[in-house]
Design a protein around this ligand. Sequence first.
Ligand SMILES: *[C@@H]1O[C@H](CO)[C@@H](O)[C@H](O)[C@H]1NC(C)=O
Length: 373
Amino acid sequence: MKLLIFLAIFLVGPCQVQAKAVFAHFMVGNAANYSISNWENDISLAQPAHIDAFALNIAYNDPTSADSLLNAFYAANSLGFKLFLSFDYAGNGPWPEEDVYNGQPFVSTFEDWSSLGAKAALEPGVADGLFSWAAWPWGGNDMNTYTDASYLQFLIGLPYMMPASPWFFTNLPGYNKNWLWRGDDLWYDRWQQILFVQPEFVEIISWNDYGESHYIGPLYDNAFALFTIGQGPYNYAANMPHDGWRLFLPFVIDTYKNGIASITQEGLVSWYRLNPATTCATGETTGNTASQLQIEFEPYGIVQDKVFYSALLASSATVTVSIGGVVQTGTWENAPGGGIGIYHGSVPFNGDTGEVIVTISRSGTYQLEHRPL
Ligand SMILES: *[C@@H]1O[C@H](CO)[C@@H](O)[C@H](O)[C@H]1NC(C)=O
């Protein structure tokens, strides 16, 4: 899942005019059981989130993807949504020089571009633009834009597709994957960075990659084969909906594209891990991963035991967090200029356990509340 060249094959119309767009990375392999109506359901959730297209991740030699793509394009065509292909050659090369897909030859790309870096990928004639997979912070740090800046430096005006992801945890020994990267404030921080960097394109990682835990799309019981194939110790996506991470996408995406967005309704989203980091053994999960040439840490050393919350508000308000009935008044670590927009903050677990309820109030009057589903 590290291919850096992006090939845009748009369904509707030629794409001569450059305009900002936001895509979501979609694992076609997880949709092997999708009917057309499942595709329509996903598309009809992406459209109100102001996502422009799915980047359809298809793997080399996956026999199921041809049927899936027929359904996907049928559904997208009927709903006026866009799709393009994202060829996934991560991991298990070597690959043939050229391949045939659906009777049409296409040139494959076999280099691990992210390890070569932006400079090599931009040798003359090789790429029209680049997508970075560096969407997660290093170790116990918060996210920054150093890698994005390096891409921009070498792209010298060519399109840059900036990645945005809410968090990362994978434990799939069958794919030799067992690590996490810090999530925590990431979904808020990263969109602020996108508003600042103003890249040509944004790709959300991901819509439905359940195995890496960063999905923002819906869950389907018949889409979890990867936990069996990847020998996951358990299905850590089941009953863990991440739909809340789509709630403010219309606001941030409109702001990214147009510099302005309207608020039709105030909203509140919160997220947290269900257990303090040192409650149980690590299951050999590492923080960072040597498989991507990183120094590794204990996972409990890089994630913070906190309840994180973001609120889209028309004016400031008080946030309180109850953990098992113990109430803390939260602070806003980030507040929007002018007071209208997304506020963000967190409170520590403080050793408390139990039901989490986050509440927004003004002058003592309850406004919004978020409880676990
Ligand atoms: C599709 O459904 C079958 C039958 O329930 C199941 O065995 C398989 O794992 C599912 N595929 C995916 C990709 O989840």
